[in-house]
Design a protein around this ligand. Structure first.
Ligand SMILES: C[S@@+](CC[C@H](N)C(=O)[O-])C[C@H]1O[C@@H](n2cnc3c(N)ncnc32)[C@H](O)[C@@H]1O
Length: 313
């Protein structure tokens, strides 16, 4: 990959684009109580050794490793890598190299240490960078993944365009996120269906799955987390406990009485970066799609849990 074509440097935290905003958030608060609740709610599906700062399950991780379609000698990027657990797991599983980016320098420092612990320091690099402006070279990655991060990025279109830019044409972007009709207080605006946004930013959607049981489990997890507030405060102090429970309280409607979880769907998405020429062909025609579809382009049926997207015949 360009920018790192001379081989990956040993894992070390570095900065790009002056993006070290280091926003404090519950994502980087270490909490045995939180891990215990995740273990209780998700059982065998909780990937203990990965220590995710997200809702990713063991099945989803295997799904990531399969759907990225990468192997030895290739490099992928993780958008919003947090402490690096999920992507380091995928890199080990697939025998690939990894570049992880995130806006928290705390998270990036943890990720560097974890790469060392997992014996992957020479094949993993972590950088503080904003997903919407990474300053990484164009067409430099063989795949991209992102776990539970896109919702947190205010300009999602800019971030998706950036992912499309750094991917080689035809490479896959696999991610989990949420379709939402409403956003809890303090969250960026909702996206109720990511497919039009993906199509408008240079992707062809290959698979779009709603995870059937995810929100039921997330509700149980949030309820137990809120109930454990005194324990969290003893462990992490009042400030830490507040950070850890804010998302749960806001999403359950404990702040404004609105059940936001009932308006949210967890998605697992596989998209493919379209070659430049196809993006332009698609952009040129998309305004007339509803009425007058140009020859050679057809819209695949859009049904939840099934393949959907735009295909070029
Ligand atoms: C819920 S955590 C998930 C972390 C990690 N993917 C995991 O599964 O453990 C969301 C992550 O997104 C990162 N993030 C938020 N906004 C971002 C942005 N604009 N660019 C890059 N990363 C961002 C945060 O720093 C945080 O680590």
């Amino acid at each position: 990959m360009s920018g790192t074509s001379d081989g990956l440097r040993p894992a070390s935290p570095s900065m790009r684009g002056g993006a070290d905003r280091d926003r404090p958030s519950g994502w980087d608060v270490e909490s045995p109580t939180l891990a215990r609740i995740r273990r209780e709610v998700y059982g065998d599906e909780y990937p203990e050794e990965v220590r995710p700062r997200s809702f990713v399950t063991r099945s989803e991780l295997r799904h990531f490793a399969r759907e990225l379609r990468i192997g030895p000698g290739q490099t992928f990027i993780d958008i919003g890598c947090g402490q690096g657990g999920p992507s380091l797991w995928v890199a080990r599983e697939t025998g690939t190299s990894l570049v992880g980016i995130g806006v928290s320098s705390d998270g990036i420092s943890h990720a560097v240490a974890r790469a060392r612990d997992m014996g992957r320091a020479d094949r993993a690099r972590f950088e503080v960078a904003d997903a919407a402006a990474t300053e990484l070279s164009a067409a430099s990655f063989d795949a991209a993944m992102s776990v539970d991060t896109l919702w947190a990025i205010p300009d999602r279109a800019a971030a998706l365009r950036e992912v499309a830019r750094v991917l080689r044409p035809g490479a896959r972007f696999v991610f989990t996120n949420w379709d939402r009709d409403l956003s809890p207080p303090g969250y960026p605006p909702p996206v109720d269906d990511h497919r039009p946004l993906l199509e408008a930013t240079g992707f062809q959607v290959e698979a779009y799955e709603i995870q059937p049981d995810a929100e039921r489990l997330r509700r149980i997890f949030y309820e137990r987390l809120v109930a454990a507030r005194p324990e969290l405060a003893r462990e992490s102090g009042e400030e830490g406990a507040k950070k850890l429970t804010y998302g749960a309280e806001a999403t359950l409607g404990l702040i404004d009485g609105r059940d936001y979880l009932a308006h949210s769907r967890r998605i697992f998405v596989v998209a493919r970066a379209m070659p430049f020429a196809e993006v332009h062909r698609w952009s040129a025609f998309r305004h007339c799609f509803a009425h007058d579809r140009p020859p050679g382009i057809r819209r695949a049926p859009r049904r939840d849990g099934q393949r959907a997207g735009i295909t070029f015949a």
